[in-house]
Design a protein around this ligand. Structure first.
Ligand code: ADP
Length: 557
């Protein structure tokens, strides 16, 4: 038992518990994996948007250079300078103010008198463009950058993975003067904040006169309008995320969804040099959705683990029950062997002893008769025991055959009682028999029924103690007949009323009660009764003792 328990714990219980523990841990990991996967997916979305916008800005720069080249084609760059503002604004939609700077330190266009916009531009930029002051700029040219393009990580939870720009240097804004900024580059972008307002300048060097720089102050609303066309989300992600372009004050200037709160985006990436401190942002439309999926996975796995543990528990209980049953059966079998040996030995000893006494020459005829009767009853007892054991084993194998035939139960009962009565009376029993006058016919096997009845009578004899009174009655009903064998013994102990019909079970142990037995008598009697479509039951007898009732169906003929 102990070995089996250890084996079960080691081979089943322990591995199952470890598996359950691992499963619980995997629920936790699952959440992290899902969040990570989701973040990677969204990071790809925002990275690809970043690339699109970067490319679009570079194209705008090229577009500007191309527009300038076209305007100056076949013309004297210096002569054309005065008209540049007006001409550029007519031909290039992004131009707010076109300007020309001679690197010697003179602004050739726009004219101070060509409108308020031009005048303001001159006032704000003349000193810088003539390289008479240094300003804080974000600068970029095909030869390299000295601007900032760092990722903003301050606002967002550590869960977010930030898109990175590997092609640009992460340099802060630089203090520089115009001349040193452009150095020997041919074109570029300069961004600066003037009174907290972004000024974006595209510039290019005149091919015919490298000392002349043609440039344009970019119309930011128009630029935003162009860029907003790039802000798109794949249809399958449309219900999950929104993307937007935020300006340097983190206000939305263009986006896929209106009316959302952009204060705490899920992911952001800085647009870069041309639009410093502007960000591309991504927000989740249903932030709790991932938690819901994780919850449902957690619930499913939790239920599975609970079911697993329940199955282990039930399995353990069933195995323990079965083990208990097997052990009880093994114990009963051992008891059976010692009981049968004891039952065989007792009658054999009597038979041998009384047959030896019979050989004595001085024995009186009366004694001779008495001894012969004892030998007879002891050999009958021996025969009963052997029959029971043999019948039990054939019943176990399912090979017992019955010879069913219409018989008179009354005759059968009377015949069996009469056969047993001498032994009972010899042992001092008062046997009372109440049989009906009318005959009851049944379909049965006479030998088997006699054996069942004999077992009941033998039990009544064995378990009566000193109150040696046995009553046998036969009651015939409309559908069945009942044969009752009642005694005045101590009865069946409480709780054992059904167990006494189990094989090998003995409520009165041979060793402690000194009553011989094999634990098979009632098992066989019940099997015989059931083979006749009847049954045997136990009832305590009013006034003390036991009543065993054999019920059999009446035979209709
Ligand atoms: P056994 O050979 O032990 O008598 P049985 O199957 O005939 O086997 O009976 C099973 C048990 O039922 C007995 O051991 C005894 O404890 C109980 N029993 C049977 N008949 C009686 C009875 N008439 N009075 C009290 N107990 C009985």
């Amino acid at each position: 038992m102990k070995k089996v328990a250890i084996l079960f714990i080691g081979a089943v219980l322990l591995p199952s518990l470890i598996l359950a523990f691992l499963a619980i841990r995997s629920i936790r990991d699952q959440q992290m994996v899902m969040e990570r996967q989701q973040t990677l997916l969204y990071q790809e979305v925002i990275n690809s948007l970043f690339k699109d916008i970067d490319t679009a800005l570079a194209e705008k720069q090229r577009d500007f250079t191309f527009a300038v080249t076209k305007l100056l084609e076949g013309k004297d760059a210096r002569k054309e300078a005065a008209q540049f503002n007006e001409q550029l604004r007519k031909t290039w939609p992004l131009a707010r103010v076109g300007f020309v700077v001679a690197l010697e330190g003179e602004v050739l266009s726009p004219s101070m008198f060509s409108g308020s916009e031009a005048r303001r531009f001159r006032l704000e930029n003349d000193q810088f463009l003539c390289s008479r002051e240094t300003v804080e700029v974000y600068w970029n040219s095909p030869k390299g950058a000295i601007n900032l393009s760092k990722l903003d990580q301050s606002d967002y939870s550590e869960k977010a993975v930030y898109a990175t720009k590997s092609t640009k240097n992460n340099l802060p804004a630089a203090e520089a003067e115009f001349k040193s900024l452009i150095a020997d580059a041919n074109d570029g972008t300069i961004a600066r904040y003037l009174q907290n307002k972004l000024n974006l300048l595209f510039w290019t060097r005149a091919k015919t006169d490298p000392q002349l720089i043609y440039g344009s102050l970019i119309d930011i609303p128009q630029l935003v309008n162009d860029l907003s066309k790039l802000l798109k989300v794949e249809p399958k992600l449309k219900d999950e995320i929104a993307v937007g372009l935020l300006d340097d004050k983190s206000a939305l200037v263009a986006g896929t969804h209106a009316g959302l709160n952009w204060e705490r985006p899920y992911l952001t990436v800085e647009v870069g040099d041309s639009l410093p401190h502007w960000k591309l942002a991504l927000i989740l439309l249903h932030p709790g959705k991932i938690n819901q999926s994780v919850q449902s996975i957690r619930l499913t796995l939790g239920l599975l683990i609970a079911a697993l543990l329940l199955a282990i528990g039930v399995g353990t209980w069933l195995i323990a029950q079965d083990l208990h049953r097997q052990l009880a059966l093994a114990r009963q079998k051992t008891d059976f062997v010692s009981n049968v040996s004891h039952e065989l030995k007792t009658p054999l000893t009597s038979i041998r002893m009384f047959s030896e006494l019979l050989q004595s020459p001085s024995i009186t005829p009366a004694k001779q008769h008495e001894f012969l009767q004892i030998i007879q009853s002891e050999s009958a007892r021996l025969t009963r025991l052997i029959n029971n054991v043999l019948d039990f084993s054939s019943m176990e194998r399912g090979t017992r055959k019955y010879n069913f035939q219409p018989i008179s139960l009354l005759d059968q009962v009377r015949h069996t009682i009469e056969a047993y009565r001498p032994q009972l009376e010899l042992n001092g029993f008062k046997v009372e028999v109440e049989l009906p006058v009318s005959n009851c016919r049944i379909k049965g096997d006479p030998d088997a029924l006699s054996q069942a009845l004999m077992n009941l009578l033998s039990n009544a004899e064995k378990y009566s103690g000193d109150n040696k009174e046995i009553l046998i009655t036969l009651e015939a009903g409309p559908v069945d007949v009942r044969v009752k064998v009642c005694d005045r013994g101590n009865g069946v102990p409480k709780g054992a009323e059904e167990k006494i019909f189990e094989q090998f079970y003995r409520a009165h142990d041979s060793l402690s009660s000194c009553i011989p037995g094999s634990g098979l008598g009632l098992t066989l009697a019940r099997q015989i009764a059931r083979a006749h479509k009847g049954d045997i039951s136990y009832q305590p007898r009013p006034g003390g003792g036991s009543c065993f009732i054999l019920t059999l169906p009446c035979h209709e003929n």
